[in-house]
Design a protein around this ligand. Structure first.
Ligand code: SF4
Length: 379
């Protein structure tokens, strides 16, 4: 399988009150130094291997100038054998794009856009301290189509403060009306010190009960099914053929290289992660020093657990014959007794070869998948 290349852009125009990603406030001078460091890291890592995806994630990659995106893609092409049909994705925030910038990104080689919309209701966007409005998100989508992007993904977040099932489904319906090629639906996860927690306490905003959250997920998926999308992962749906080729590498035991601060890589049985701090990363690149903050060889057990854990996220599930050939482990023989209980409850489906979660099982994915962790089976 060809490599995926991930490029981390850690800058945002403002910091959202729920966000726990590796990012900081935009600073034009720092960004220029960072892009130069990225180019140097990419050039120094290249070995001519084939790569068929490039993914600009963040942060807010759409704060880059199109010329910077073009230069980074150029560096990837010089260092790796990027295939002619490579999927090149740029994550974008609706408020950062204009027709001119989108045309520039397209000319730079970007062929897939992923917009962080989160909601099509202004009150919800304001509670999340997002900078765009619902109408700006729709406009940004229309501008992407006008600029020639025929592969656009929209992200929505559910289980937001004060969000009812009906409010959530308004956003889902609005998304369906726009007809993007791909959509990602995530639940809001509040990390312990998130400023949004304080805002919720101050303003007495609450979250819908768990049962409502389950209904939000199931009803959204049903509506997306009816609109012609195919769910291919717990949180992701696509028009057939428009699945994210880059993200599939994470879920299908693939290999990828991450560039930039905090970016992680997995290749040839080794996983590593770069320094998280933007300035430390830039300084380490400039000094020709060591960029890796963490590095570990994956044991056979790590690799098996991950293959099962990530593979079960896929709607198509895991082919246990393939796992057996690759890892020499008969998963059903080892875990079958415990898995049987989930199968009896309709949460897991197993046909003797493919093991997959039912949609109801996807709601309990973590509980089911935790079975595969810390069981002393292989080493
Ligand atoms: S725009 Fe995205 S990455 Fe930036 S702060 Fe908001 S949620 Fe985080």
């Amino acid at each position: 399988m060809d490599l995926g290349l991930y490029i981390h852009i850690p800058f945002c125009s403002a910091i959202c009150n729920y966000c726990n990603f590796n990012r900081g406030l935009f600073d034009a001078a720092l960004k220029e130094r960072y892009v130069a460091a990225l180019m140097r890291e990419i050039a120094g890592s290249g070995d001519g291997a084939a790569a068929d995806t490039i993914f600009f994630g963040g942060g807010t990659p759409s704060l880059l100038e199109p010329s910077e995106v073009a230069a980074i893609i150029g560096a990837c092409r010089t260092a790796f054998a990027v295939t002619a049909d490579a999927e090149i994705t740029l994550e974008a925030n609706p408020e950062t794009v204009t027709a001119g910038r989108l045309a520039g990104f397209r000319a730079a080689g970007v062929n897939r856009l992923s917009y962080g919309v989160q909601s099509f209701r202004d009150d919800e966007l304001q509670r999340l301290s997002r900078l765009h409005s619902a109408s700006r998100a729709a406009e940004a989508f229309a501008m992407a189509r006008a600029a020639g992007f025929d592969n656009v993904s929209l992200d929505l977040m559910m289980w937001l403060p004060q969000q009812s099932i009906a409010h959530w489904l308004e956003s889902v319906d609005r998304l369906v009306d726009l007809a993007p090629d791909h959509a990602s639906l995530y639940s809001l996860e509040l990390y312990p010190n998130a400023p949004l927690r304080e805002a919720m306490a101050r303003s007495k905003w609450s979250l819908a009960p768990d049962d409502d959250a389950a209904e939000m997920y199931l009803e959204a998926m049903t509506r997306l099914d009816c609109a012609g999308y195919r769910q291919y992962e717990i949180s992701n749906v696509a028009i057939p053929g428009r699945e994210s080729r880059h993200n599939l590498k994470y879920w299908t035991d693939g290999e990828w290289l991450g560039f930039g601060c905090g970016a992680s890589s997995t290749r040839r049985g080794v996983r590593w992660k770069n320094l998280s701090s933007t300035t430390e990363y830039i300084a380490a690149v400039a000094a020709g020093g060591h960029l890796q903050a963490e590095r570990r060889e994956l044991t056979a057990r790590d690799a098996l657990e991950e293959a099962l854990f990530m593979g079960l996220r896929l709607a198509g599930g895991i082919d246990l014959n393939v796992v057996n050939l690759r890892y020499g482990v008969d998963v059903w023989a080892l875990y079958g007794r415990e898995l049987e209980r989930f199968r009896d409850d309709g949460l897991l489906i197993y046909d003797g070869r493919l093991l997959r979660l039912s949609r109801a099982g996807m709601l309990l994915a973590n509980e089911i998948m935790s079975l595969f962790l810390s069981s002393p089976v292989v080493d």
